[in-house]
Design a protein around this ligand. Structure first.
Ligand SMILES: NC(=O)c1ccc[n+]([C@@H]2O[C@H](COP(=O)([O-])OP(=O)(O)OC[C@H]3O[C@@H](n4cnc5c(N)ncnc54)[C@H](OP(=O)(O)O)[C@@H]3O)[C@@H](O)[C@H]2O)c1
Length: 307
């Protein structure tokens, strides 16, 4: 437990160049931990280098873990192109499920603890109260199915592991809804955003910090990790624009028209109800994220400071 686990031996951060991987690097640095890192092409956005490791190649991640023998593996890599996954199911399954099972097997062999991330998309989205870890999954997309298979493969491997299901992740960098809204909001006076999908936007820096704390507190198994409150994509967009205008990030807010999901068809179906109940993490690890609006304020403040 505690800082001692991250100090026990090398920490390997897989997917160090992604949205969450970037925040995990910062959260580790804040703890004085310099991780070993891997990225698909071995390059990091800040010009730094990492080991190149392609999770679509069978055995590649397992070979890296066997070579480095880390005490902890943080797996922030995933096939996250939700719509493209519908036409690339084999590749999505290879990265999100098969590679995770292989990671579990090698982690068990070398005695590494695995921290893994999954998604609200494992659920059908037809719930009416926040989803708990023991609610039946029922993914409605290839991405959701492959992420569920990854959870199950890791659990079946017998490795010491913790998996956090996340939803609506964003940061001041990388590709996400907030950055898309700020870009199109600067270009257009009128936007249409779906109002019938409900969830809780979660800052990646909250996830990074909370998942390391939970790891140190001894959380193992499956946990939902989401902020308090809930909103629709439409109301979230309006909150982004109000916060951006008040910080001078945008000169004016566009009109945001509320539409139904049926008016914005996508290749992959999305769960309508994506609210996750994080009570188990609060009970087991004493951890509770703040309200999603506070998270949005923090990320917009980061953008305002950087601009
Ligand atoms: N974003 C969300 O809203 C959300 C919601 C729920 C759960 N999650 C989960 O949270 C975790 C982190 O997601 P994120 O938001 O940080 O996604 P992200 O920014 O798309 O990061 C995914 C990372 O995986 C890497 N990757 C993709 N294919 C790879 C391959 N074949 N080999 C090695 N690396 C590969 C990507 O590298 P490249 O950039 O070089 O392709 C990137 O570094 C994932 O497990 C995701 O399923 C995300």
């Amino acid at each position: 437990m505690s800082a001692t686990l991250l100090d026990r031996g090398p920490v390997l951060l897989v997917g160090a160049d992604g949205q969450l991987g970037t925040e995990l690097r910062k959260a580790l640095a804040a703890r004085g931990v310099v991780p070993l890192m891997s990225a698909l092409h071995g390059r990091l956005p800040d010009g730094g280098s990492a080991r190149a490791c392609d999770l679509s190649v069978p055995g590649a991640l397992a070979a890296l873990v066997a070579e480095l023998k880390p005490a902890v593996v943080l797996n922030a890599a995933a096939y996250t192109a939700v719509d493209r996954a519908e036409s690339e199911p084999a590749l999505a399954r290879r990265i999100n499920a098969d590679a995770v099972g292989e990671l579990g097997a090698v982690a068990r062999a070398v005695g590494a603890v695995v921290v893994h991330y999954s998604t609200d998309y494992v659920f059908a989205g037809d719930g009416s109260r926040p989803y708990r870890e023991d609610d039946a999954p029922g993914p409605v997309s290839v991405y959701g199915r492959t992420k569920l298979e990854g959870e199950q493969a890791l659990a079946a491997s017998g490795a010491e592991a913790v998996t956090f299901r996340l939803a609506w992740v964003y940061a001041a960098h990388s590709a996400n809804f907030l950055r898309t809204m700020l870009r199109v909001g600067a270009e257009r006076e009128h936007l249409r955003v779906v109002a019938d999908q409900i969830g809780a936007p979660t800052p990646a820096h909250w996830i990074a910090d909370a998942s390391l704390r939970a790891l140190e507190a001894g959380a193992r198994g499956l946990y939902h990790l989401a902020p308090q409150g809930e909103t629709s994509w439409h109301a979230y967009a309006e909150a982004i624009f109000a916060g951006a205008v008040s910080r001078g990030l945008l000169p004016r807010a566009p009109v945001v028209e509320a539409i139904a999901s049926t008016e914005y068809p996508t290749p992959a179906a999305r769960p309508a109800w994506s609210v996750l109940d994080s009570g188990k993490l609060a009970r087991d690890a004493g951890l509770r994220l703040g309200h999603w609006r506070k998270g949005l304020d923090e990320v917009l403040d980061q953008l305002a400071t950087a601009s």
